[in-house]
Design a protein around this ligand. Sequence first.
Ligand code: SAM
Length: 253
Amino acid sequence: MPATPAWPPRSAPRLFVEATLGPDVAVPLDGNGAHYLLSVMRVRDGDIVLLFDGQSGEWAAVAEQVRKRDLVLRCTQQTRPLETVPDFWLCAAPIRKGRIDLVAEKACELGVARLVPVLTERSVVDKVNLDRLRAHLVEAAEQCGRTALPDLADMVTLPALLESWPENRALFFADETGGLPMDQCFAANPGPAALLVGPEGGFTPAERDRIRALPQARPISLGPRILRAETAAIAATACWMAANGDWTRCETK
Ligand code: SAM
């Protein structure tokens, strides 16, 4: 008995669209999205494309009116509901361009709900290109199967972040001068949670004192070696996800 082909086809391309999706909604597409589908993925009339808009889950759409540089994608049915990701924020000092892009991409794949660039005294980089970071979040979400993008906050200074810190949210402060072992700390504070990672130059002593003065702050150690900022952000986020995130609910594929 031949196996029934999977539906939607595993090879179906996935695309984030700004349109609001729903039954029979037609999404006209041109520009980069159309180029990707038509020239890279060789989509033709009648092919299935998976769309998500960050609000209404994932939809199977049929390609119609395919032309050289544009096409229409008509939603047929919802294939996955809007996901709920763990209530975990990654607050990271902006670091050099390629590295902050890597942090954004990995944060999305790991299931982070919100990414907050935090300007600290020793930040080498004092601005972030939010459009570029968002593009990395979109690309990562398309690849990893998320149906919602992480929120991307405007850059905030460390004092402003601490002044407006939510009362019910634990702030795991990756302190390279020492802190509690992660497993103890994470187990005692399952969430809502956030991780704060410093820049290449680390935190100043005054910043460290200010962070530790926050009642919600939980200084954590990431081991005996000094990690690069991006390594610290990615590794500690993965550990939290494994301990308290949705990795514990992962059904076998
Ligand atoms: N300039 C600092 C120094 O030499 O001590 C190193 C800063 S490190 C490159 C960047 C950030 O990663 C730190 O501010 C901290 O948030 C985090 N980090 C790196 N290694 C860590 C560790 N072993 N424990 C806790 N946090 C760490």
